[in-house]
Design a protein around this ligand. Structure first.
Ligand SMILES: *Cc1c(COP(=O)(O)O)cnc(C)c1O
Length: 831
């Protein structure tokens, strides 16, 4: 019914909003002048961004409702993607791209005398994640919507996202990221879907009306979970999925009994504590947090999301859960949401009256777990004591899951008590701990790693016993990145050039990039490729200059390592190579050196001393090297502060050399490596994570390989002696001596001693010294390759051509084929 004839709002359907420039312009003015109450004079302001976002959100909402109605009608299976992190970055550009509104928006803004690029710079990144894991979740949502799959993301709406990084005197300082301060125009609050979350209290057995023993969680403190929905549009297919983020709020129920009548303000203030749960993202990447508040966050996400799904189920199908597992799958993004396993048991038994066996059958058919790391420091364990105090009913269920599981193991491997101890969900000791990874494996029907090598190592090492028990649970899903954001959006110049050569098919199926390969041998095409890449390098150089004052030369080799700062990622190895190049220049080999501009960026966890000291080293190197006239035209170093998604969009398009140099066996997959490859950077890397698959895809001759492989690292471990490598390579000896001499820290004596000590220590887990010589030599091959620009451009084109397999569309298609088994939503007119 149209708006003027329908009797009530709920029966109304409005005419579809125009997708042309005039319609957009009309809405933009409406929101700017009326809704936001701005004046014409205050034109170039963040409110313009907000007004444009609101205009676009209306167009998303139309498609959102239509998609939801299709999903309801289809009644088919859905997946909930549970993740503590969604590193979305900006949404304006992605929305324009996916809705096909770039042209219209550009024109609409032009009518106001405005540039789209300026408006886009006003959007604050939504930084609700640390790095790769959170960005993967965001890429996955884009691919699910693009593949028309009914997948809902569930996460936490942190009031403060990933901290803003400032560099002061070469050191990282952390500033709070109050990303919501000007509002977030993409979200829609859903107060009608609030869920209560229990904490504390105790579990109490009772007998129900049928005389069955049941349990209830009593004397608990409740917190409310309030959902905020963010629309996730597919690529030009009219589908809009949902990312639902939970905010913690106090319940309205006052416990004034705890206070005397005069303490009303104190009683209200005490409610504040509840809101702390969703206050801040923990800024640790690949390391455990171990804090009570973090466990609260994890349970908060799991419980709110499961209640949400179960309540929809009851509305649609009533209290019969017999075919629930045919309709739902929960994908756990690492162990962070793995409280979902006992929580689903609790809800099914305590709230919905199922018995243990029924509930366990459903849980074991709906939970799927993705492992993201083998690093022991990142494997989550929670003290049993903390669980008992915070989540007593959950602990009871975990004990029961474990007892039954260990019973099965004992039947499978009679008499193997050592194996029982290893497999147990509870780690015994002075402080017994709940091993969250074991809980996730036991409770899931699927366990996947995120690259071929990673999955292999999972099966052989971390989960070897589980793999022996349940080989069928294990599978690999090599990560990917969305080519919408990371190629089309980040690199419009290259996209246009690609389409001019091979047509547009690659925009719907990235594997079609393969057709580009023959163009690598076409000199004219190489020239055009070079022009586009050069323009991107100019843009990157401008960014670096604006934020560091360092002037990169777009004719130099742009050598880039941007990612979280972590010892396993070995920014230190790269820094040592920079010192080596500087040393060569100083000893008069400048004429043999290929001009190179080295860029670093990345955040260190605030409590990670060594990572922060590596940042300081890089900044000191930049200071000394850039100021030395001897390096002019040969070597520049910069540390770009506050690495984040919007910055990576600029960086990946302008990079020549992608540094992926982790110690083999330590980087589960990596996804930065894929963004660079798509954009035509060549990789220098170890045989680690998805590097291995990248090298296979592009060809061994088109990838700069160095270093020990994972097997060699493991073998060398027991008798590793870094000093042997110094003796064997005078260049390394000189680098270490230069560092030791205090050359780079003349007024800060001793500050790099911890780095030098770690490098020279036989227990250095990252084996930096072992790989230096190989790295140095392969970097010379890189420099030689750069000297032959036609050759380099060939490599660049071949890398892009071979990058099709690293689209997250491929990854998600595999999740769906092997784990989820969802039917795509039917295509509708216009989609
Ligand atoms: C892609 C990405 C990452 C992951 O990078 P890796 O090199 O795989 O560690 C981290 N942070 C941001 C902002 C990214 O865009």
């Amino acid at each position: 019914m149209s708006a003027d004839t329908c009797p009530t709002i709920s029966a109304c359907s409005l005419p579809a909003l125009g997708m042309d420039a005039d319609s957009l312009c009309r809405d933009l003015r409406h929101y700017f002048l009326r809704t936001l109450g701005r004046d014409r004079e205050s034109a170039i302001s963040p409110h313009l961004y907000t007004a444009l976002a609101m205009s676009l959100r209306d167009r998303l909402v139309e498609r959102w409702k239509a998609s939801e109605s299709l999903r309801r009608k289809q009644r088919s299976k859905r997946t909930s993607y549970l993740s503590m992190e969604f590193l979305l970055g900006r949404s304006l550009g992605n929305t324009l791209l996916n809705l096909g509104l770039e042209e219209s928006a550009t024109q609409a803004l032009a009518q106001e005398g405005l540039e789209l690029a300026d408006i886009m710079e006003m959007e604050h990144d939504a930084g609700l994640g640390n790095g790769g894991l959170g960005r993967l979740a965001a890429c996955f949502l884009d691919s699910c919507a693009t593949l028309r799959l009914p997948v809902t993301g569930y996460g936490i709406r942190y009031a403060y996202g990933m901290f803003r990084q400032e560099i002061i005197h070469g050191e990282q300082t952390e500033e709070p990221d109050h990303w919501l301060k000007d509002g977030y125009p993409w979200e829609l609050k859903r107060p009608d879907r609030v869920r209560p979350i229990h904490f504390g209290g105790r579990s109490e057995p009772f007998h129900d009306d049928h005389g069955r023993q049941r349990f209830r969680w009593v004397d608990c403190n409740d917190v409310l979970a309030v959902p905020y929905d963010i629309p996730i549009p597919g690529y030009r297919n009219e589908v809009v999925n949902t990312l639902r983020l939970w905010r913690a709020a106090a319940t309205d129920v006052f416990d004034l009994g705890e206070f005397n009548a005069g303490a009303y303000p104190e009683a209200v203030a005490a409610k504040n504590a509840a809101e702390h749960i969703s206050m801040v993202l923990y800024p640790n990447d690949s390391s455990e947090n171990g804090k009570e508040l973090r466990l609260r966050q994890q349970y908060f996400l799991a419980s709110a999301s499961l209640q949400d799904v179960l309540s929809d189920w009851v509305i649609e199908y009533g209290h019969d859960f017999s075919h629930f597992a045919d309709h739902h799958c929960f994908q756990l993004n690492d162990t962070h949401p793995s409280c979902a396993v006992p929580e689903l048991m609790r809800l099914l038994m305590d709230k919905h009256g199922l018995d243990w066996d029924q509930a366990w059958a459903i849980t074991g058919k709906t939970m799927a777990y993705t492992n993201h790391t083998l690093l022991p420091e990142a494997l989550e364990k929670w003290p049993v004591r903390l669980f008992r105090q915070l989540l007593p009913r959950l602990l009871e269920i975990i004990f029961e899951i474990n007892a039954r599981f260990l019973g099965d193991v004992a039947r499978h491997w009679p008499g193997q008590t050592e194996r029982l101890r290893r497999l147990s969900i509870i780690e015994e000791g002075a402080e017994p701990m709940v091993r969250m990874a074991h809980l996730a494996v036991v409770g899931s029907f699927s366990v996947n790693g995120v690259a071929a090598l990673h999955t292999e190592l999972l099966q052989e090492e971390l989960f070897a016993d589980f793999h022996a028990l349940w080989p069928e649970k294990f599978n690999n899903k090599t990560n990917g990145v969305t080519p919408r954001r990371w190629l089309q959006w980040a690199n419009p110049g290259l996209s246009a050039l690609l389409s001019s050569r091979i047509g547009d098919a690659w925009k719907r199926d990235l594997a079609a990039l393969q057709a580009l390969a023959p163009a690598a041998d076409d000199a004219d095409f190489r020239r055009r490729w070079a022009v586009v890449r050069q323009a991107n390098k100019v843009r990157l150089a401008e960014l670096v200059h604006a934020h560091t004052g360092v002037r990169f030369d777009p004719d130099a080799l742009f050598d880039v390592q941007v990612k979280r700062i972590h010892e396993y990622k070995r920014q230190l190895l790269n820094a040592l190579h920079v010192i080596h190049l500087y040393d060569r220049i100083k000893r008069g080999e400048g004429a043999e050196i290929t001009p190179r501009d080295v860029l670093f960026a990345g955040k260190a966890a605030p409590g990670y001393f060594m990572a922060k000291r590596i940042i300081k080293l890089i900044n000191n190197l930049a200071e000394v090297i850039n100021a030395d006239p001897a390096t002019a035209g040969l070597l520049r170093v910069a540390f770009l502060p506050d690495y984040r998604v919007s910055v990576m969009e600029r960086i990946c398009a302008g990079t020549d050399l992608s540094e992926q140099i982790s110690t083999a066996g330590k980087e589960a997959s990596g996804t930065g490596n894929m963004k660079f490859m798509m954009n035509g950077a060549i990789t220098i890397g170890t045989l680690d994570g998805a590097n291995i698959e990248i090298r296979e895809a592009v060809g061994h001759d088109h990838f700069f390989l160095f270093g020990l492989n994972a097997g060699e690292v493991a073998e060398l471990r027991p008798h590793y002696d870094p000093r042997l490598y110094l003796q064997a390579d005078p260049d390394l000896q000189r680098v270490v001596e230069l560092l030791q001499s205090g050359y780079f820290n003349q007024f800060e004596p001793g500050i790099f001693d911890p780095l030098i000590d770690a490098l020279l220590h036989p227990h250095d887990p990252w084996m930096v010294a072992a790989d230096f010589t190989s790295y140095k030599l392969v970097q010379r091959e890189v420099a030689d390759a750069w000297q032959d620009q036609a050759h380099w451009l060939r490599l660049s084109i071949l890398n892009t051509a071979a990058s099709g397999g690293f689209s997250s569309d491929r990854t998600i298609a595999q999740y769906n084929a092997d784990i989820w088994h969802l039917d795509p939503l039917p295509a509708v007119a216009g989609g």
